[in-house]
Design a protein around this ligand. Sequence first.
Ligand SMILES: [Zn+2]
Ligand SMILES: [Zn+2]
Length: 372
Amino acid sequence: MTMDMTFLGTGSAYPSPHRGASALVLRSEGDCWLFDCGEGTQTQLMKSQLRASRITKVFISHLHGDHLFGLPGLLCTVSLNTNPEQQNLNCVDIYGPRGLRHFLRVTLGLTGSQLLFPYAVHELEPTAEQSPEEGQLSLEMTAESGPLHPQEQPGRTISLDVSTDSYFLFEDKKFVVKAFRLFHRIPSFGFCIQEHGRPGRLKTELLKELGVKPGPHYGCLKAGEAVTMENGRVILPQEVLEGDIPGRKVCIFGDCSSVLGDGALMLCKGADILVHEATLGDEHREKAVDHGHSTPGMAAAVARACCVQRLVLYHFSQRYKPCSLQKEGDEDEVSELKRQAEDALQDTGVVVTLAEDFLTIPIPVRRPSTTN
Ligand SMILES: [Zn+2]
Ligand SMILES: [Zn+2]
């Protein structure tokens, strides 16, 4: 199963001609999941190889505008491009902090926006430690008043599972998705997408030698069931299957100056890819932390603690031009941010990548485990 990740916006605070506001798409076999949706995400999508109509789920890390202002507009445009004759359109599931349901209901409601497809907002209940007092969401601000939007379906309210310090979002045939707490100026979350492991490939040469013909027996063995041959010989799946293929793990952090509790570190252990913000360089660490943000060195410390394979940095201050526009003598070089993270990880083998708008990173299938 092919899987990749495309960055649609890698800038912080606002979209600029050279860096869009935060948005990235995780794609697996054509299905697209959108993580954050800053202003202008829909035009970034149009410039990319991706199709907005393939977005089935949306995840919003926190309610700051540079991660959210693009969502009502994107939903309306997807609706405009939907065939009104189409029956039984799937519900778009939207996950994000408490207040998101109210935000969408008000923006879609006041603007008289009707959608051709249903949507549901599943809200994560933040805890008080996730932001300074002034950043906490007052109940009046997030209270749900009035009826649901005509296309809105009731969503779940998801509370912290204290025993695992995480939020269980959902599980389907391919993935289990959880969220974890981050500290920011307002409550922020990270998401962990864990693919299920799969049984390894059948050893077809061996099966041929054993006299098993392709057909139902293959299916049984692949499903982990033993098969009895006509001559009475029992063939066990572990004899003829290669090692299990472990599932891939992708972790996407929202804005933060630190993680909160053990959730992030436990969930992100051994991730194939960890996407972390690096708004400012290490020399501006104090300012970054004051604003609830991280530097490359801080992102590297998280990557190290989680023993990940690859760290991808994004959410750069607009002062950092993309590498392609960097000129000799520029004071703020984005390549310096990469160097800072690499320096901090030089003894680990963690690969550091700078995200740029429209960069696509393939996420290859893991190698089968050697034991079975
Ligand atoms: Zn931001
Ligand atoms: Zn923010």
